[in-house]
Design a protein around this ligand. Structure first.
Ligand SMILES: Cc1cc2nc3c(=O)[nH]c(=O)nc-3n(C[C@H](O)[C@H](O)[C@H](O)COP(=O)(O)OP(=O)(O)OC[C@H]3O[C@@H](n4cnc5c(N)ncnc54)[C@H](O)[C@@H]3O)c2cc1C
Length: 421
């Protein structure tokens, strides 16, 4: 099979790169083994929330410019502050075009609310989700936190405890439906995705609105866990139009409805642009020739290779098995590419879970154009993007989605520019 570009890994980074290339008319394939980190997403996209020393960042681009000076190995420093700024300004429209309307300023972080009610700095948040300009600056003084009976991946009491710190009065409303009884029979089925399927039906969405009106009758605003809109884009708008007060969604514990929606929307956009998406296939190996990737082999296609002018490695980090830790090394399993890590294993992590963990910055060794290196030499037509890159701390720095988005934009542009020369 011959393509212009083959992307290995169909998470946020792989799909964004694929869409950028397909928009420009490239014949592009994405081969992806399974679900991605998006299925665990909060519904917000972080760009840069903290500097490496923990200093909070309010304008991500000021932070990115500083990273260029103090952290040259950071993916943003490699991409360059100027390009990061240009790409970041394009991202909201890009996401909207893919059916993912987001709110947020390109040069100012806001705060999202976690499933536990905590405020966390972020950059863009999907429409409908509760966000504030500063911690505690809620758009209400009194709110009804609604939950579905038996749903265990959302904790109204924890949310209320956080809200009360800002003098917000919280009430609770529990809702139930005959159509939920079937999934309630098995508590492990009471997950956000199964519940959302119930509310994809007009009748149930209407009934949900009626219940919310009833339980939140004397409240100023309503909070609902993200249990609507799995297979219909208008669910929030329809519900809001039928509830006579402001409605806000909060993310739940995984599976994440906003994340699954994002995955589906990006996949659909890629396919609509003519891209070929091979889901459930694993790239097993790559064949190199004269410092280039000639072709790759997958589990499903056996000895039929995928050939392309360019390949993009978007297989993620440890979470998605794009990187694998052995007792003494960090391995990139497809190409055996060079990785950045410290040789003394005792320095990889600390036992304090929330501390800055060194292993999180381990990843692919690349050159300035994010070309993947093997045995110290950059492979001419293999680029690394997303969570598998080295040199950044997605959790501590709050830059996970941003690195995936901007590295995908950068590599797509590099590939397209190479066509011109
Ligand atoms: C649990 C979790 C939650 C997160 N939540 C957020 C959040 O709310 N906001 C935020 O800004 N950031 C978040 N992040 C950071 C996250 O890393 C990025 O946001 C981003 O989604 C990562 O995308 P990616 O495409 O680089 O990697 P991934 O999402 O990991 O995707 C890699 C893909 O490659 C596939 N793959 C791996 N190996 C192969 C192979 N050999 N062959 C074929 N396919 C392969 C995998 O199956 C997967 O689909 C989160 C990260 C994790 C782990």
């Amino acid at each position: 099979m011959k393509f212009d570009t083959v992307i290995i890994g169909g998470g946020l980074a792989g799909m964004v790169c694929g869409i950028r290339l397909a928009e420009a008319g490239e014949r592009c394939a994405i081969v992806s083994q399974g679900q991605s980190a998006l299925h665990f997403s909060s519904g917000s996209f972080d760009l840069l929330s903290r500097m490496p020393d923990g200093t909070p960042v309010s304008d991500p681009m000021v932070g990115v410019a500083e990273l260029e000076r103090i952290a040259p190995e950071h993916p943003y420093a490699r991409i360059g502050a100027e390009r990061c700024d240009r790409y970041a300004r394009q991202v909201p429209a890009f996401l909207r075009e893919a059916g993912l309307p987001v709110t947020g300023e390109d040069r100012r972080n806001h705060f999202r609310i976690t499933p536990m009610g905590k405020s966390k700095a972020t950059w863009l948040t999907l429409e409908g989700y509760l966000r504030t300009e500063a911690p505690g600056q809620f758009p209400f003084r009194q709110v009804c936190i609604v939950n579905v009976e038996g749903f265990l991946d959302f904790y109204p009491e924890f949310v209320a405890e956080e809200f009360r710190k800002y003098d917000i009065t919280c009430r609770f409303g529990t809702i139930n439906f005959p159509d939920l009884e079937q999934i309630r029979q098995n508590p492990s089925e009471m997950r956000s995705a199964n519940i959302a399927r119930v509310f994809d039906h007009e009748r149930n969405l209407e009934a949900l609105a009626a219940k919310i009106r009833e339980v939140a009758a004397d409240c100023e605003a309503v909070i609902l866990p993200a249990i609507i809109g799995l297979n219909r884009d208008d669910a929030f708008a329809v519900l809001q139009s039928k509830v006579d007060k402001p409605l806000y969604l909060l993310p739940t514990l995984p599976p994440s409805i906003p994340g699954i929606k994002a995955q589906q929307a990006l996949q659909a956009r890629f396919r609509a642009l003519g891209g070929e998406y091979f889901l459930g296939d694993t790239v097993l190996s790559g064949e190199l020739e004269n410092g280039r990737v000639k072709q790759i082999y997958t589990a499903n296609q056996g000895n039929i290779p995928f050939q392309a002018d360019h390949f993009v490695l978007a297989t993620g980090s440890f979470f998605s098995k794009g990187l694998v830790a052995t007792p003494d090394r960090i391995v990139e399993p497809v190409f055996g590419a060079d990785t950045v890590f410290t040789s003394d294993r005792s320095t990889w992590y600390t036992l304090h879970f929330f501390d800055r963990q060194n292993y999180q910055a381990f990843g692919l060794r690349t050159d300035a154009e994010l070309r993947v290196m093997k045995e110290g030499v950059a492979l001419e037509n293999l680029y690394g993007i997303g969570a598998g890159l080295s040199g950044f701390h997605p959790v501590q720095e709050g830059c996970g989605a941003g690195v995936s988005l901007l590295s995908a934009f950068y590599v797509a542009e590099t590939i397209l520019n190479s066509r011109k020369s």
